[in-house]
Design a protein around this ligand. Structure first.
Ligand code: DSN
Length: 440
């Protein structure tokens, strides 16, 4: 059957069948003519889009709390030929031959993850945070089981039992929220758990700015014989560096993504106590996924190696200090900050009482060269595509090298945008900052 080759037309393999290499003289082997050329040579259209994304990122300041800029070393792993390798199973127990290198990479990633977080067991295969959460919940609650998590509108995550997420369909889910002070209402958590008797209680969120009392959560879970799952997707890097409290060793299972404050490649991970590690492994594979993305696991290994270095802790100290400074500056100009401040990398601005929506400011910010996201705030009357809030994160700009002086300049721009200044007038300031603080 003729096979289309990327460059060099058709190669006819009709009737040749698989031939053992040793019995074929080198002259008889039809050599694949050319090595693939650059992307630009082969597919100018895709190359142009990717170039445009490079330009967008280098000329935009990212304040999206779930994004960061990974290192060139992390990004290089995505280009490895290991991207072509299937490795269903786990190291030394694979369903394919030729997995020796994949085994070593996965073992290295697991070992580094356990060292970094002081965890008993690590599963580095989840393709994403959503897969990690779904796998962990199915392992601990089983289909039809009961879960309790924080509602999305109060700062939780879709996968903590939102009705539109499979976690709200497959499980019987109840949701807790925050009190008037913007902090988790622990009395509500306690009474919901007592009443609902969940198999799993979830602690964590995607727009929650305060430290979580994992010890109190564990005590509530224990009283009702529930597992405690902590989702640390957002503060994972801060936790790895020891600048905010860790749930590892307190919760039964800890899920996360590897690309937010942790600054690795896009992906997920599950840490667990040894007692539930086997259940977690079989829930990820074969339960939720087939072949792991070994190139991503290699990127995770690199990121964990970077996070084990002293400079990573210094970086996370700055991420946190920059967020606290941003919150203070915005508050000093009259903006309302949910919970009055922040303990991590996120600042949640409540725009209720102003005449702008989250969507308005997101759009204005983009014109100025800032990427931010609109976000629901507690008791938000507006729909999710409009919202009355802004979620700002300092991980990406701190990676570029920002300190509190640059955060002040950013805060002034945000205040101007909320007050209705023309966003175009800020574009040159943003470009100047981008040039002075280039991407890694
Ligand atoms: N999308 C991530 C976030 O923005 O927090 C979570 O799914």
């Amino acid at each position: 059957m003729p096979i289309f080759m990327p460059q060099g037309g058709l190669v006819d393999h009709s009737g040749t069948g698989p031939t053992p290499l040793r019995s074929v003289s080198s002259a008889a082997v039809t050599k694949v003519e050319s090595q693939p050329g650059t992307l630009k040579d082969q597919d100018a259209e895709v190359a142009a889009w990717l170039q445009r994304e490079d330009k967008r990122q280098s000329t935009t300041l990212t304040l999206i709390a779930s994004e960061n800029h990974s290192s060139p070393a992390v990004r290089e792993t995505g280009q490895s030929r290991i991207t072509d390798k299937y490795a269903e199973g786990y190291p030394s127990r694979r369903y394919y031959g030729g997995c020796e290198v994949a085994d070593s990479i996965e073992d290295l990633a697991r070992t580094r993850a356990k060292t970094l977080f002081k965890a008993e067991a690590a599963n580095v295969q989840p393709h994403s945070g959503t897969t990690a959460n779904m796998s962990a919940l199915l392992a601990l609650a089983g289909p039809g089981g009961r879960i309790v998590g924080m509602s999305l509108k109060d700062g939780g995550h879709l996968t903590h039992g939102h009705p539109r997420s499979h976690t709200g369909m497959v499980f019987e889910a109840k949701q807790y929220g925050v009190g008037a002070d913007g902090r988790i209402d622990m009395d509500q958590v306690r009474s919901l758990v007592k009443e609902h008797k969940p198999h799993v209680l979830i602690a964590g969120g995607s727009a929650y700015t305060r430290n979580i009392d994992y010890v109190a959560f564990a005590a509530i879970a224990k009283e009702s014989d529930a597992f405690l799952m902590a989702d640390i997707a957002h503060p994972a890097g801060l936790i790895a560096a020891g600048v905010v409290p860790s749930p590892v060793g307190i919760a039964d299972v800890v899920t996360m993504t590897t690309h937010k404050t942790l600054r690795g490649p896009r992906g997920g991970m599950i840490l667990s106590q040894e007692a539930v590690a086997k259940k977690i492994d079989s829930s990820v594979f074969p339960g939720a996924q087939g072949g792991p993305l070994v190139q991503q696991i290699a990127g995770k290994a690199v990121a964990f190696g970077e996070a084990l270095r002293p400079e990573f802790r210094a970086y996370q100290v700055r991420v946190k200090a920059n967020a606290a400074h941003l919150a203070e500056h915005l508050a000093s100009e009259g903006l309302k900050i949910v919970s009055g401040g922040t303990d991590n990398h996120i600042v949640l601005v409540d725009l209720q009482g102003t005449d702008v929506t989250g969507a308005d400011v997101e759009e204005r910010a983009l014109t100025a060269g800032l990427a931010v996201n609109k976000n629901a705030v507690p008791n938000d009357p507006r729909p999710p595509l409009v919202t009355s809030g802004l979620r700002l994160g300092t991980a990406a700009v701190t990676t570029r090298g920002f300190g509190t002086a640059e955060i002040d300049r950013l805060a002034d721009i945000i205040i101007g945008l909320v007050r209705g200044e023309d966003p175009e007038r800020y574009r040159s300031i943003v470009l100047e900052l981008c040039e002075a603080y280039p991407l890694p």
